[in-house]
Ligand binder design. Structure first.
Ligand code: ADE
Length: 234
């Protein structure tokens, strides 16, 4: 079994890169900005692909996530991709800071394309996740939620309208892009998301995100270790 994590931020990946003693493979994706960490988790090969950096910051968002996922699948041929990261969620739905969710689907919430139903369907995405996701979440006692992805950290009223209309629970900037690429390659995808901010608690999103990034990354690490244990037994 070869599991490949696709992760946007160094802070999100660092705890479990360290926990498994993964080694950085310099230059693996040149000329792309993605960075590979590689190693073993028991009998399982474990790769972590980071989107990379630009302007001294982690590359977040759909474009970088698509590039990283495509490069990871083409170069590493993993059995499964796991998109692990942080997200916003909703207090009104009972979510709390540093709570970890498994995604039960992924779609885009900020693609407003007029035209026929085909364009609307394509723009929203609505991608499936690995069909073992529910059993895994139940086994580990993790809640599930629908991941909705956009290119901004803030949430405009028109984004919220789409999220509510489609039963979205977790707001991120990569999940649906990773899901899109996985769907093209028929690579199973697991989404694991830890909450840094509550979109409906009135707090300033970036400040709340920054304050909780470390705690959310720690709970993400704990959940990922349990997930890897479980997946490597399959
Ligand atoms: N990542 C963490 N929090 C987020 C939010 N509120 N929106 C998009 N991506 C996020």
């Amino acid at each position: 079994m070869h599991i490949c994590y696709v992760v946007a931020m160094r802070a999100e990946a660092r705890p479990f890169v360290e926990a498994y003693g993964l080694s950085k493979v310099d230059g693996f994706f040149v000329p792309l900005p993605c960075i590979l960490y590689d190693g073993m988790a028991g009998d399982c090969r474990l790769s972590v692909v980071l989107n990379g950096e630009q302007h001294g910051t982690d590359l977040v968002g759909c474009e970088a996530a698509s590039v990283a996922t495509m490069a990871a699948i083409e170069r590493l041929h993993p059995d499964m991709v796991v998109n692990s990261g942080t997200c916003g969620a909703f207090k009104a739905q009972g979510a709390s800071i540093a709570e970890v969710f498994v995604g039960n689907g992924a779609m885009f919430h900020d693609r407003r394309v007029p035209g026929d139903d085909g364009f609307a369907t394509q723009s929203l995405g609505n991608y499936a996740v690995w069909d073992g996701s529910r059993a895994l979440a139940e086994r580990l006692g993790l809640k599930m939620g629908k991941v909705t992805t956009g290119s901004s950290l803030d949430m405009q009223p028109c984004d919220l309208a789409v999220i509510q209309q489609h039963g979205g629970q977790l707001k991120d900037m990569e999940g649906a892009a990773v899901a899109f690429v996985c769907s093209l390659f028929h690579t199973p995808l697991l989404l694991v998301k830890s909450v840094t901010d509550l979109c409906d608690d009135g707090a300033a999103t970036f400040e709340e995100f920054t304050k909780n990034l470390s705690a959310a990354s720690q709970s993400l690490n704990e959940a990922n270790q349990r997930i890897i244990n479980r997946l490597s037994a399959l």
